[in-house]
Design a binder for this molecule. Structure first.
Ligand SMILES: Nc1ncnc2c1ncn2[C@@H]1O[C@H](COP(=O)(O)OP(=O)(O)OP(=O)(O)O)[C@@H](O)[C@H]1O
Ligand SMILES: [Mg+2]
Length: 235
């Protein structure tokens, strides 16, 4: 068997102390194969973002290990974490975190500058349907266009791991489906492993793997042998 791209083992995380202590992740264990589309579902507060942030090296768990592409992320120094994030991880957040004073192209360039061999920005803009919007500022874009810009920015480094936290959360149904098409298309084109968090059960049908979190525990982890094309998703 080939090595999984992401391997999470025995992960635990709490916040607060004493009376206000909340155990957010309990002994979370799973693996994601290279190039797979993994969707993590669960109710609000079930620990999805905490888990995704840990995989992306933005948050340190209390116990357990995370390996990405054979590298152990848990236990890395801040410098190593920065290098890990630059080399491997593209983040797409619910609120796109675009820089308001920079154009679409400039927002992407900022991230491209972090790596030695970024992807071709013109090509990315083209694939994401942003060519005609390249000189616009985020405030001049629709929510879907802003999200596509955020995806371009996450991809431009040539990241092999795309982490998306509720990428459709702020979008209406039609724009959400467009967004999922784009994510699916770039996944196919660029071959990155996709780990996407959502509370929308319907989205799980497009995934190769579905992990369900409840109160910080993995309650189900299944492979989807027959994923549904995005345009056939139903909600
Ligand atoms: N920095 C923090 N300090 C204290 N508690 C936190 C912190 N971050 C998260 N939590 C708590 O941990 C729990 C899980 O939060 P998390 O953001 O991971 O949930 P989620 O599944 O992403 O929820 P949502 O679907 O609403 O985004 C929540 O109860 C939250 O209040
Ligand atoms: Mg969240």
């Amino acid at each position: 068997m080939t090595q999984p791209h992401v391997r999470v083992a025995g992960l635990s995380r709490h916040f607060g102390t004493g009376e206000s202590l909340v155990q957010v992740l309990h002994d979370v264990t799973f693996s994601v194969a290279a190039g797979a589309r993994c969707v993590i579902v669960g109710a609000s507060g079930s620990g999805k973002s905490t888990l995704l942030n840990a995989i992306g090296g933005l948050d340190a768990p209390d116990a357990g290990t995370i390996h990405v592409a054979g590298q152990q992320v848990t236990g890395m120094s801040p410098r190593q974490l920065t290098r890990y994030r630059r080399a491997h991880v593209g983040f797409v957040f619910q609120f796109y975190n675009l820089v308001p004073d920079l154009t679409v192209t400039e927002n992407i360039q900022v991230t491209a500058q972090l790596v030695r061999r970024p992807l071709d920005i013109d090509e990315l803009l083209h694939h994401l349907g942003l060519t005609e919007h390249r000189q616009k500022f985020p405030a001049q874009l629709s929510g879907g266009q802003q999200q596509r810009c955020a995806i371009a920015r996450a991809l431009v480094k040539g990241s092999d791991l795309l982490l998306a936290d509720e990428p459709t959360g702020a979008l209406d149904r039609h724009t959400s489906l467009q967004m999922l098409e784009v994510l699916d298309d770039v996944h196919r084109r660029y071959g990155a492993t996709l780990v996407m968090v959502t509370h929308n059960e319907a989205i799980t049908a497009m995934a190769d793997q579905v992990i369900e979190l409840r109160d910080g525990r993995v309650v189900s982890d299944r492979l989807n042998t027959n994923p549904v094309p995005v345009r056939e998703l139903d909600w």
